[in-house]
Design a protein around this ligand. Structure first.
Ligand SMILES: [Zn+2]
Length: 222
């Protein structure tokens, strides 16, 4: 994949395809910097989606935020899990999603799109998605108790050695977006692995005792 993402001088990655929408700003943080002034959740590896309109920072539990309020920056924290940002090119609603393996199995990306339909009358055909840095199949080796949750069609699993498999979490989320009606030409994946690139990103796998967090945020500006 490696769709076009750019690292800014401020140490934050942005998706080129989102930049055509001048009414939004977004970014995927790194070790160097995070987006600021964001509303976040107390994350619990669930599939709960929260509308951020009127919400205080860390007021609620959940793992995805949606809003259509101008000036409200919504963010999720990750260190290997998949950060996904959505924008609706028609209604200007936005979303930020934290998809670890539990959230992915719970179809949090699909539930977020459903919530955007309910709250903002979004149509998935108008939605653009950016998938940020996360642990990739190169590094995400799991036992069968996790890998089995992804069969037969939620994810790609690869047999690498007896009893061990790897899961492509970003790929599983991409499939969910497609299945929910987001166009393949509207889905952009930076392709970066947080565990391979641990000098640039926090990685729970690499440093479980000292897990810093990256913020991935999006806001509607007008
Ligand atoms: Zn890797």
């Amino acid at each position: 994949m490696n769709d076009s993402f750019r690292l800014g001088n401020d140490g934050i990655y942005r998706c080129d395809a989102f930049q055509q929408f001048v009414w939004q700003k977004h970014g995927f943080g790194t070790r160097a910097a995070n987006p600021d002034d964001c509303v976040t959740l107390r994350q619990i590896h669930s599939n709960q989606v929260v509308n951020a309109n009127g919400l205080k920072d860390r007021e609620r539990e959940g793992d995805a935020l949606v809003t259509d309020l101008i000036g409200r920056s919504i963010a999720i924290r990750t260190a290997d899990c998949v950060p996904i940002l959505l924008l609706d090119s028609r209604t200007r609603a936005v979303a930020s999603i934290h998809a670890g393996w539990r959230g992915t199995v719970g179809e949090i990306a699909k539930r977020t799109l459903e919530r955007m339909e309910e709250d903002f009358e979004s149509d998935p055909a108008d939605v653009y998605a950016a998938i940020g840095p996360c642990i990739r199949a190169c590094c995400y080796e799991v036992g069968s108790e996790v890998a089995d949750q992804f069969e037969p069609d939620l994810s790609n699993t690869y047999s690498i050695k007896p009893g061990k498999r790897t899961v492509d979490l970003a790929g599983a989320n991409r499939r969910q977006l497609l299945a929910t009606g987001v166009g393949p030409e509207h889905i952009f994946d930076c392709g970066l692995c947080t565990t391979c690139l641990c000098e640039q990103f926090f990685s729970y796998r690499r440093q479980p005792e000292h897990p810093g967090r990256m913020l991935s945020a999006i806001a509607r500006l007008g």
